[in-house]
Design a protein around this ligand. Structure first.
Ligand code: NDP
Length: 254
């Protein structure tokens, strides 16, 4: 599974790949031999640095894209397909939070979160699925969240967007299983990235104490599962939401 060339000849597209979990997924897929295209929106410098770090092998390419805009997404997928004969792996990772109690959330807080977290997944899946059907198979991996199932105080918009991603994942999995396309989601708990830095510094060890494993997750731990779901070995897994949270959601269910 971790062999250096286990994803050789595979072409992957990762959204929001310049930092955080997306960056770890780009590195992991590329180090397993895949040719990895990734999108960035505001992190242009980080994107270029990531491309440079794979200069020797030249198998990492950055493309600017706002996942909220369907015409932007279509053009990115077209650019990949002009250069490559196939697009085998799509990782829908780009996402945002705009947290606040339900009554304090503005119309914009809802629109931005839904347009990015759900709209982005819809736009990319639509454009890439057509190609995957034509080429006879593929893998779609959506980065969801445990709050998509559990809900979360101050996260009504984010939780609703991720619940929708889970439902979309299962629906697409059922629709396209016969086309040799698997569609799965990963639901992380609390991972150490910029997204969680404010909440981690505000609540400090209080959050860690609620995690049975006693520590935060690392982006690389999410990337390892994404790489497995991208591999041939996961052929028979589809429509699943795989939780990676050090046991955090187990306590929420009690
Ligand atoms: P970060 O905030 O570190 O990174 C967010 C990424 O999304 C960036 O690459 C950013 O690109 C991209 N992005 C945001 N908006 C857009 C947009 N409109 N168009 C294109 N790209 C966009 O977050 P994480 O790495 O932590 O999160 C990655 C995914 O994991 C998200 O879907 C998130 O919801 C999910 N997740 C994270 C958890 C955590 O604990 N960290 C827990 C559960 C789920 P750029 O920087 O170029 O603008």
């Amino acid at each position: 599974m971790t062999s250096v060339d286990s994803l050789k000849k595979k072409v992957a597209l990762v959204t929001g790949g310049a930092r955080g979990i997306g960056e770890a997924i780009v590195k992991r897929l590329a180090s397993q031999g895949a040719k990895v295209y990734f999108t960035y929106q505001s992190s242009a410098e980080k994107a270029q640095a990531l491309v440079r770090s794979f200069e020797k092998t030249g198998n990492v390419i950055a493309l600017p894209c706002d996942v909220r805009k369907s015409e932007n997404v279509e053009s990115v997928v077209d650019q990949v397909l002009e250069a490559e004969p196939t697009l085998d792996i799509l990782v829908n990772n780009a996402g945002i939070i705009r947290d606040g109690l339900f009554l304090a959330l503005s119309e914009e807080d809802w629109q931005e979160v839904m347009a990015t977290n759900l709209g982005g997944v819809i736009h990319f899946s639509k454009n890439v699925l057509r190609q995957m059907i034509m080429q006879g198979g593929g893998r779609i991996i959506n980065i969801s969240s445990i709050v998509g199932e559990l809900g979360g105080v101050g996260q009504a918009n984010y939780a609703a967007s991720k619940a929708a991603v889970n439902a979309l994942t299962k629906s697409l999995a059922a629709e396209y299983a016969a086309k040799n396309i698997t569609v799965n989601a990963i639901a992380p708990g609390m991972v150490e990235t910029e997204m969680t830095s404010a909440v981690r510094s505000a609540f400090g060890d209080k959050i860690k104490e609620r995690i049975p494993a006693g520590s935060y997750g690392q982006p690389e731990e999410i990337a390892a599962v994404a790489a497995f779901l991208a591999s041939e070995e996961s052929r028979y897994i589809t429509g699943q939401v795989i939780t990676i949270d050090g046991g955090l959601s187990l306590l929420s269910r009690r």
